[in-house]
Write a new protein. Sequence first.
Length: 164
Amino acid sequence: MNYKQLHDLIVAGIIPKIENHRGLSVFARERAKFEGWLKVELVDSLYELFSDVTPEKDRVDICFRDWALELKTINTNIRYPNVKNKTRPITKNTKGVIDDIEKLKHVKVSNKAVVFIVFPIIADNKNWKIQLDRIESHLTDLLATPFRFRENIPGMLYFGVVET
């Protein structure tokens, strides 16, 4: 399975769950992270096709076949209607993604990727673009898929390919 196929599989399995989940809308409105939920749901989606899906294998969030995935959720400080205004250290969040990328570079599997969800997001936000460029400079490819939480809060699912 190539990275584009895995990306499409993850998008098909996760985005509808996010868009229809009332509880996640509350998390988005409160700018609260939900990485644990994401891990459980992604394992559930992948397990339908791959019986060897394993969470937390060798300190990697999800492993299966010849893939290793690290997951993150990033709550931004971008102001958005009906979303609680909180100061969020976005640079710490992006550093967490970069740290995961660097960790994956040392994992002995053929394919490695980071999956991270960013919310609320406005794609052309200048400050977010700076942070995204920081992350992207550590990847060989990056795919982005927009979505909306139930309360119309915009999010983006990113799938980044890590150099093997």
